[in-house]
Structures are given as structure tokens and as C-alpha cells.
Design a protein around this ligand. Structure first.
Ligand code: KG4
Ligand code: ZN
Length: 336
């Protein structure tokens, strides 16, 4: 079993990694010591920019990254109280993401690497979301483990041998779960991003008033489908006519209940199939406290590892952390 431990002792030289994240609508930079100790974690969110359109506009996202990338890097260095000269490695999120936004991050990392004469490592953004759960629970995480990334762009279940070696057990056939939250919020007249607002409304509603169901994919029991659920919400809103406040709360609660019950059920099925009872979680939807409670109640035998606050949404600390792990793995391979 491979565990990620906090590296200590004389054999472990200090390595400061500067991480850069710009795959979607957050421009982020972080300084992380030896893959685990976060010295700074600066996130510049573009929510204000995209809220009026109800979702991310790629062209606008790229231009905002250009404007804020250098100030965000400077702020991360200042907060960590280090200079660029003290950085040993640049890590950057290199896939997947909006092409222009990803390229901006990679070019910034390449320029820093060239100017400072230090190496650069590219990491996978989704693997980094899983690593955020490792950073938050470092000495407790063991492999093999199940992994679940739930965000605005992804809903994927993994069987992990380590963070970068895995089989995909299931993924969404249509909307990602965060995307479904955002779209349902829009139907209810709430602003982007919808997830936190649906969660707040759901606290005041009846989760069993409307009988919503997430989709089942024939022949692929671990795949997800949320577009039918979203359409049921649309028809319910249409059939209700004018919604009063309590209707809105009940729709939010019933939608959230259906989406998350489906996620918990599929995690339980994956656990049964793989005989694995550990689960690492990552992505913006892990912010949701109702989901954490549902796992606690419905899947008590699953040992769940959640990202700490600040590591749930897109951030660069997870990029720097995983970049460190990748580079020491490559070094060891070189030595071996
Ligand atoms: O990981 P993330 O920052 O970006 C992507 O890689 O997509 O996730 C953003 C997504 C959005 O869809 C947002 O609505 C959702 O995470 N989200 C939530 C909550 N907080 C953020 N969904 C449900 N409940 C929340 N509390
Ligand atoms: Zn993400």
C-alpha cells in the first residue's frame, strides 16, 4: 500500500514549489513546501465576470487570466514570505481545461522556469483534485482507494492504485453534477454558481416533496446521468405555475437529495465491486455539507477523506502538492 507521508528528516531536502492553476474560471497561485505544507494559497475568482451569463464564457475567462496572473503570483509569494529565487520547482495544471486558459498557465510556468533556471512539471487538474484530499489527511490516506471527483466539469468514480494510476469505474454521460446544480439554480432564478445557493435553499425545504430521480445508464451501473433530473425540475417548475418561496426551497431540497443519493449509491456499489472501503473526494461540490452528512449516514463503513476548506474548489496548492510528488517520483525513477 502506498501512502503519502509528510516528508521529514535529513534525507528530505526542503523543496519549495510554486503552483499555477488557470484551467477554468479561477486564476490561482500557491507556494507549498515538500508537497504538503501550504505557505500560501491565493485564488482570484471570476464569479463576478461570469455570473451575468449564468456560466463560464471561455473568451472572457482567458482575458481575465491574462490581467490577474502576475498580481496573483506576486501575492502568493508575498503571503508565503519567499522570493522567486527561493522557489525550486514550478508546477502547472496542464490538462484538462479551456484551451486558451490552460495555455496561458503553461506559458507563464515556462517563462518562470526559463528565467529562474529551475524545472517545471505539468500536472493533471483532476488528479490534483484527488490529491487535495491527500494533502488534507496526509498520514491517514492509503491505497488502493476509491476516488470521486465532483465539480462543475466532472463527475467521475475511480479505483486508485495511487493518485496517477487508476481505472475509471464510471463517469457522467451528460452534465457534471456541479453543472446540474448551476443549471437548476438558473431555472429557480438564482445566480451563478448555483451550488452554494441550492444548498442554502435546500436547508429550508422538504427533500421528499418532489419525487426526482437521477438517471440510470443501462449496462453501466456506475455511470452518471443528471440531464433527465434537470429536465424533471424544469417540468415541475412549469407545472407548478407561479412558485412561492416554499416551492423553491422544496424543489432545491428534492433536487439535491436525488442528485446526492445517486452519488452515494454509486460510491457504495463501487465499494462492493472493488472490495475497497476507502474513498478520496475532490472538486467544488465537496463543499456541500449535506453531501458529507449523507455519506456519514448512508455509508458509515466507507472511510471518506474530504479536502480541507480552500482545497475544495479550483486552487493551486493542490497543483503544487501533486507537482512535488511527481517530481520526486521522477527523481527516484532516475536514481533507480
Ligand atoms: O472544482 P470547481 O471549483 O471547478 C471545476 O473544476 O468545475 O467546482 C465548481 C462547481 C460549480 O458547479 C459549483 O456550483 C459547485 O462546484 N459547488 C457546489 C457547492 N459549492 C460549489 N455544489 C453544491 N454545493 C455546494 N455547496
Ligand atoms: Zn476543478
Amino acid at each position: 500500500m502506498i501512502a503519502y507521508n509528510v516528508p521529514t528528516g535529513q534525507n528530505c531536502p526542503l523543496m519549495l514549489v510554486l503552483g499555477i492553476e488557470s484551467t477554468c474560471d479561477e486564476t490561482a497561485c500557491a507556494v507549498v513546501e515538500n508537497g504538503i505544507k501550504i505557505l500560501s494559497n491565493v485564488i482570484s475568482s471570476q464569479i463576478d465576470l461570469h455570473a451575468q451569463y449564468g456560466g463560464v464564457v471561455p473568451e472572457l475567462a482567458c482575458r481575465r487570466h491574462v490581467d490577474v496572473m502576475i498580481p496573483v503570483i506576486e501575492e502568493a509569494l508575498n503571503k508565503a514570505n519567499v522570493t522567486l529565487k527561493e522557489i525550486n520547482l514550478i508546477a502547472v495544471a496542464q490538462e484538462p481545461g479551456l484551451v486558451g486558459a490552460v495555455l496561458l498557465g503553461i506559458h507563464t510556468a515556462q517563462a518562470l522556469s526559463l528565467a529562474l533556471g529551475i524545472p517545471m512539471v505539468g500536472v493533471n487538474h483532476i488528479e490534483a483534485h484527488l490529491y487535495s484530499a491527500v494533502m488534507s489527511n496526509c498520514n491517514e490516506v492509503e491505497f488502493p482507494s476509491l476516488g470521486l471527483v465532483i465539480s462543475g466539469g466532472h463527475t467521475t468514480l475511480y479505483h486508485l492504485q495511487s493518485i496517477d494510476q487508476y481505472q475509471i469505474l464510471g463517469s457522467t454521460r451528460d452534465d457534471a453534477v456541479g453543472e446540474a446544480f448551476d443549471k437548476v439554480a438558473k431555472l429557480l432564478g438564482l445566480s451563478y454558481p448555483g451550488g452554494p445557493q441550492i444548498e442554502a435553499f435546500a436547508k429550508l425545504g422538504d427533500p421528499f416533496r418532489f419525487n426526482f430521480q437521477a438517471g440510470k445508464v443501462r449496462g453501466a451501473p456506475l455511470d452518471f446521468s443528471f440531464s433527465g433530473l434537470k429536465t424533471s425540475v424544469l417540468y415541475t417548475i412549469r407545472d407548478q405555475g407561479k412558485l412561492d418561496q416554499q416551492d423553491t426551497y422544496d424543489i432545491a431540497a428534492s433536487f439535491q437529495q436525488a442528485a446526492f443519493q445517486d452519488i452515494v449509491n454509486k460510491a457504495l456499489l463501487a465499494s462492493e465491486q472493488t472490495h475497497c472501503s476507502r474513498l478520496l473526494l475532490g472538486g467544488g461540490v465537496t463543499n456541500n455539507q449535506f453531501l458529507r452528512q449523507l455519506f456519514f449516514e448512508k455509508a458509515p463503513h466507507l472511510k471518506t477523506f474530504w479536502p480541507a476548506p480552500g482545497l475544495t474548489v479550483d486552487n493551486a496548492a493542490m497543483i503544487a502538492g501533486l507537482g512535488y510528488q511527481k517530481s520526486i517520483k521522477d527523481l527516484r525513477k532516475g536514481e533507480g
